[in-house]
Every structure is written in structure tokens, then in C-alpha cells.
Design a protein around this ligand. Structure first.
Ligand code: BG6
Length: 491
């Protein structure tokens, strides 16, 4: 419930509370929202995990997580204590239905109270936990459930999860997180497209040559080897984050800024993706795995050493050339690229426009660079439009490319909220716009599966690349074969 002051009363239950996601993202995000005054004085957090801890022991763990993951300047001792007092710990075996009675007894706020169940655990538990919640009568009208990605390993497992969770909760109360949708700049993409008259008239195959979506990371698997080695970059990043970005670029303008209007348009894009065949997987995808190298001058081990399995064929880098088969986008490839242990942390969307149709300036053909719109998602969030301009001075017409740059940090001062802060509060508000609907998740798997199958049929290993490089040379070859190049950071 929202109070006149603008803050909310709710109980939030974190399953998997002692895990990495909870301590690194959820607890810090809740602290920040508390500090911003959005948590009503009676809002409570129930940390649930199997290990046995007292409230005080877990509060100490939470304080440690805040020390580690919240910048010191944003930590205030009094505020930390007020926040810690909201936390209660419950030791519970999530697969044991009998244990949920204790949870039901703790959630004593009555049927009107908003209760959020956040499942920060492996997806194979989602169905059973939801069924156990329902059996204990906890799927009340004001209860919502939050599922972390990945939803399953493939289409069949995603459907099974959606079915099982759907038996316990109606779709409008199931919040499937893709934290990229909570990022400020990702939402800004919608503002850019639909709050400006400038871009929509040129947002199509007549003017756009191609689109690049890159999510590059410097980090390796960071202690998540068990999960990552089963998933790989295609399942971990392309199936969700990169496809969601593609959808926001490619979708038709929704008729309203409402959850279903936006998600209906994204779904149409996913359904319009040309399925890859065994043959096109060979020409339209590249997968790589990093070998030992150096990132920022620091030596790092190879992926196989990190996961302690020299035979692993899990990909840590992927490029996919995707085609959206619609009137708007026919013939405009979307190049998706993501990888770990690359030289920069850089997420961006590049919309590359076509060259001018007729050049009137003599002797400048080699200097001409077609316009390019670069949407920087992180770091240094902003937008730049690369344009041709005249080099100042007399002596004829010389041209050079220069960016028109909008830096969010310079334009909007102040701290930027983390994606999880926004998404958690959207769950409390009951606004599912920035969450994936079941049909979106399943459509994304439908497109990803033939790629997995194609790789398996090829039977070869991912191509090696040195940590600290931009992936295997085949990734450059794939785009250069089309007469194009990857965008280089030129700010
Ligand atoms: C997660 C992936 O969803 O996103 C991680 O599982 C990845 O492997 C992370 O590192 C990237 O998120 P961000 O917000 O750091 O770009």
C-alpha cells in the first residue's frame, strides 16, 4: 500500500537470501530505497535460506554486504541500523512444504498487505517453491512473485516453469526480471524514440543500414562457474538482455506506455526474428572462449582454468547476426555481440545510417562516414550522434566526423539508481512493464534453441580468444564479410 507520504508498506521475502544476488544487489538496493524514504516504517524484509542464523547474525551479514557494495559516502550509520532492524531471518528448506507454515505465521499482515516473494535461486526450484507458497495459502491477492533469469535452460524447461508458477500465481503477479530493462539508459531508449519526433521518421530500412548491440564485460565468471558453465553466453546474455535491447530498438511504437502495450510490441519483434538453420548458424554466429591473457594489464587465467575443466566447450563470447522480418526492418541486420574478459566494460547500441545518396563535395569521398547514433548504456551513459561537419578554416571544403554528445552525468547530476532499485519498487507498485511476460521468454527461447542445436551439430569447440582482446578473429570476419565494421569507442 502506498502512503500519502509516497512510501510503501510491504513485506519482501528473499529466498536464497545468503546468496550472491541477494547480498550484492537486493540488500543494497533495498537499503538505497529505504534511505530515499520509500519504505514505510512498518515495511519488513524476510531473509530466507537453509542455513541457520539468528536475526542478529543475518543482520551482521547484511551490514557486511552494505559495506562492500554501497559506496561509503552513501552509508549512514543511523540509516544502516534502521534498515537492519527491518530484516528478519527464517531458516527454511524451500523444497519442504511443511516449512512454509512458519513463513505463513511470520507474514501476519493480513490479506491486504503487499507481499513480494523474490526467488533469488536456481530456476529448477521456481515451480516447487510457488506450489509450496500456494499450498500454504500465501498466494494471496496482494502477493507477487519475482523470478530471476534465466527462466529455464531451453524452451521446454521454460514452459514447464511458466506452467508450474502459473498454477500458483496469475500472470499479472509474476515478475520475471531482466535487470537490463531497469537500467536508466535502457528506458531512455524509449524516451529517445517516442518522446522525440526526430527519430521515428528515419527509424527504418530506408535510412538505417544496420544495428549493433554490444554488451562487453571485463570480468570473467567471478565465482559463478557452476551456473555459468551450464549456461554459456548465449543463454546468460543473448536470450534475455541482448534480445530485449533488440526489441526496444526494433519494436513499433506502442499505442500507450502500459505494460501490455509495450510487451505486445516486443513480442511481435521476437516472433519476427528469422529462425536460424543449421546452415545459417555456421555463417551467422561466432562463439568463442577466452584463453589466459591480460585485462587492464593484469594477467588473468583462461576460462577452462577458472572452471577447472579443460574439456569445457562453454562459450564466453557470442556474435549473432539477427534478421527481423518485418516491412520496417527487412534487409537490416542486427549484430548482437557479447563476451567476458574483453578489453572494456562497454554496453551500447549503435544505429548505423546509410551513406548520403549523392555527394556534392568534390574530393572528400574518402573522408565521408555515414551518420551513426550511439546509445551508451554503460558506463558513461549517454547518446552521441556522429555527424559530418566542415573542418573550420578557409581553403576549401574539408569534412570530418564529429559527435553531438549528450552525457547523462553532465546533464543530470546526482546519483543514478541501480536497476534493481527501480525494479524492486515496480514490483511493490504492481507495475509489470519492465518485466518479461511468459510469451516473451518462450519466444526468445524459440529463437535461441536452433542456435544451440546448430552448434551441437557442428560439433566443434568455441574459437579461442585471448583474454583482453575483442574476441576471436571470426567475430570481425563475420561483420566485415558484409562490408561493415564493429563500432569503435571514439568519444
Ligand atoms: C547477468 C549475467 O544477468 O548480467 C552476468 O548473468 C553478467 O553474467 C551481468 O555479468 C551483466 O550485468 P551488468 O549490469 O553488469 O551489465
Amino acid at each position: 500500500m502506498r502512503h500519502p507520504s509516497g512510501s510503501f508498506s510491504f513485506d519482501l521475502v528473499i529466498f536464497g537470501a545468503t546468496g550472491d544476488l541477494s547480498l550484492r544487489k537486493l540488500i543494497p538496493a533495498l537499503y538505497q530505497r529505504d534511505a530515499a524514504g520509500q519504505l514505510e516504517s512498518d515495511a519488513r524484509i524476510f531473509a530466507v535460506a537453509r542455513a541457520s542464523h539468528s536475526d542478529d547474525e543475518f543482520r551482521a551479514i547484511a551490514r557486511g554486504a552494505l559495506q562492500e557494495h554501497v559506496p561509503a559516502a552513501e552509508l549512514n550509520a543511523e540509516q544502516v541500523e534502521r534498515f537492519a532492524a527491518r530484516i528478519h531471518y527464517l531458516s527454511l528448506d524451500a523444497s519442504h512444504a511443511g516449512d512454509y507454515q512458519r513463513l505463513a505465521a511470520a507474514l501476519d499482515g493480513g490479506p491486504e498487505r503487499i507481499v513480494v516473494f523474490y526467488l533469488a535461486m536456481a530456476p529448477r526450484f521456481f515451480g516447487a517453491v510457488c506450489q509450496n507458497l500456494a499450498a500454504a495459502g500465501l498466494n494471496r491477492p496482494e502477493a507477487r512473485v519475482v523470478l530471476e533469469k534465466p527462466i529455464g535452460q531451453d524452451l521446454a524447461s521454460a514452459q514447464a516453469i511458466n506452467r508450474a508458477v502459473g498454477h500458483a500465481f496469475p500472470e499479472e503477479r509474476i515478475f520475471r526480471i531482466d535487470h537490463y530493462l531497469g537500467k536508466e539508459t535502457v528506458q531512455n531508449l524509449m524516451a529517445l524514440r517516442f518522446a522525440n519526433a526526430l527519430f521515428e521518421p528515419i527509424w527504418h530500412r530506408g535510412v538505417v543500414d544496420h544495428v549493433q548491440v554490444t554488451v562487453a564485460e571485463k570480468i570473467g565468471v567471478e565465482g559463478r562457474a557452476g551456473y555459468y558453465d551450464q549456461a554459456g553466453a548465449l543463454r546468460d546474455m543473448i536470450q534475455n538482455h541482448l534480445l530485449q535491447l533488440l526489441c526496444l530498438v526494433a519494436m513499433e511504437p506502442p499505442n500507450a506506455f502500459s505494460a501490455d502495450a509495450v510487451r505486445d510490441e516486443k513480442l511481435k519483434v521476437l516472433q519476427a526474428l528469422r529462425p536460424l538453420t543449421e546452415r545459417s548458424v555456421a555463417t551467422h554466429t561466432v562463439r568463442g572462449q577466452y584463453r589466459a591473457g591480460a585485462v587492464d594489464g593484469v594477467a588473468v587465467p583462461g576460462y577452462a582454468e577458472e572452471v577447472e575443466d579443460h574439456a569445457t566447450t562453454t562459450e564466453t563470447f557470442v556474435v549473432v547476426k539477427a534478421d527481423v522480418e518485418t516491412w520496417r526492418w527487412a534487409g537490416v541486420p542486427f549484430y548482437l555481440r557479447t563476451g567476458k574478459r574483453l578489453p572494456q566494460r562497454r554496453s551500447e547500441i549503435v544505429v548505423q545510417f546509410r551513406p548520403v545518396p549523392h555527394l556534392i563535395f568534390p574530393g572528400v569521398a574518402s573522408e565521408m562516414v555515414p551518420n551513426r547514433l550511439v546509445i551508451r548504456l554503460q558506463p558513461d551513459e549517454g547518446i552521441s550522434l556522429h555527424m559530418m561537419t566542415k573542418v573550420p578554416g578557409p581553403g576549401g571544403m574539408r569534412l570530418r566526423q564529429a559527435p553531438l554528445n549528450l552525457s547523462f552525468a553532465d546533464t543530470f547530476r546526482g546519483r543514478q539508481a541501480d536497476a534493481y532499485e527501480r525494479l524492486l519498487m515496480d514490483v511493490v507498485r504492481g507495475n509489470p512493464m519492465l518485466f518479461m511476460r511468459n510469451d516473451e521468454v518462450e519466444s526468445a527461447w524459440r529463437w535461441v534453441e536452433p542456435i544451440l542445436a546448430g552448434w551441437q551439430a557442428q560439433g566443434d569447440a568455441p574459437k579461442p580468444y585471448t583474454a583482453g582482446s575483442w574476441g576471436p578473429s571470426a567475430a570481425i570476419g563475420l561483420i566485415e564479410r558484409d562490408g561493415r565494421t564493429w563500432h569503435e569507442d571514439m568519444r
